[in-house]
Ligand binder design. Structure first.
Ligand code: SF4
Ligand code: MG
Length: 328
């Protein structure tokens, strides 16, 4: 059984009377021990989706309908946690590394205080002595010096702060870690270190990781499976290799084509146009104003996800007609 089942969720932001439909009709199944990436341009609903999965749903964010069910394997097999009671499991079963997370470190508190607060709030079942033992073993495992606990956040580099946050998110061995753009504020070399750290944690703790990135090269190097989002919808999902070697959806194809290629002197291609305003998204297929293959039906009817090969799904009328996304 999947670790996480998301069924047809709609999540929106309400500002005065304006409704931003950030996530619409999204279904996703995440397996145990999987590293799944959620990719797409900025503003396509990735962060809202993972916030909703984490259960951090507070006004102006609302979950309109749909369900999110977690089946954590250490609980009795028929226990289903829904996202109404999920806060009880935060940090213990499910951890969340928000975008720009290094800014959550309190500048006037030492790093050890940050960890201690976590222990106090979430693991009072653990004696202080055992907590300290767990913390030092964990830091050493992750290659972080224990002396880091005596530092203040401003004494650490961005990469080090991000490692501290990842160390905190994995401290109590949660089964699911959600990381929103964990590398976006870092230099390229440091980005790789941070990804390696996440991989190491996944290898050792066998947890499931959902990672959000707009950078497809992060996805290629790190994820087993990728979901592509466009304007609040998941438009394609498949194994990383399938997505890169045989992208189905025209948007996925353009995203991959926009990646820099070795030896290509023509520069980045970019995707023409920009993502739509989600207050009043386009009718039918939301990608139709930018799609090089759009036809009449696309403007009227929203395509649904269909499986085109084992585990590889996409939502596009063109594919349903048996045509391919090769550029016209
Ligand atoms: Fe393009 Fe139509 Fe497919 Fe949308 S449904 S991606 S507009 S071909
Ligand atoms: Mg985001």
């Amino acid at each position: 059984m999947a670790l996480l089942e998301i069924n047809k969720i709609n999540a929106y932001y309400m500002h005065n009377t304006q409704k931003t439909r950030a996530v619409e009709n999204v279904s996703l199944s995440v397996e145990d021990n999987e590293i799944i990436g959620i990719a797409g341009e900025s503003g396509c609903g990735k962060s809202t989706l993972v916030k909703t999965i984490y259960g951090a749903i507070e006004p102006p964010l609302y979950l309109e309908n749909g369900s999110i069910i977690y089946n954590f394997k250490n609980l009795s097999s028929n226990t289903k946690i829904t996202n109404e009671n999920i806060p009880f499991y935060w940090w213990k079963k499910i951890s969340y590394i928000p975008q720009a997370s290094m800014n959550v470190l309190n500048p006037v508190r030492k790093i050890k205080k940050f960890f201690e607060n976590l222990w106090r709030a979430h693991r009072q079942d653990l004696s202080y002595k055992n907590y300290q033992k767990l913390l030092s073993t964990h830091l050493q495992h992750l290659g972080l010096p224990v002396s880091i606990l005596e530092y203040y956040p401003h004494q650490l580099s961005g990469g080090m702060k991000q490692r501290v946050i990842i160390g905190a998110a994995s401290l109590f061995h949660p089964e699911l870690i959600i990381a929103d753009e964990p590398t976006s504020a870092l230099d390229v070399g440091v980005q790789l270190d941070v990804l390696r750290l996440l991989l190491k944690i996944q290898n050792e703790c066998k947890n499931t990781i959902i990672v959000v990135a707009h950078d497809m090269s992060v996805m290629a190097n790190f994820c087993m499976k990728i979901a592509i989002m466009y304007a609040g919808n998941i438009v394609e999902i498949g194994k990383t290799l399938d997505i890169f070697s045989h992208p189905l959806h025209p948007y996925t194809k353009l995203l991959i084509d926009s990646l820099p290629k070795i030896g290509d002197k023509r520069g980045l291609k970019g995707i023409p146009g920009s993502p739509p305003d989600l207050v009043s998204p386009p009718s039918g297929c939301r990608f139709h104003p930018r799609c090089p293959h759009s036809f009449e039906l696309c403007k009227k009817v929203s395509p649904t996800m269909k499986e085109f090969s084992a585990g590889h799904q996409a939502a596009c009328h063109l594919l349903e007609r048996g045509e391919t996304n090769e550029r016209k």
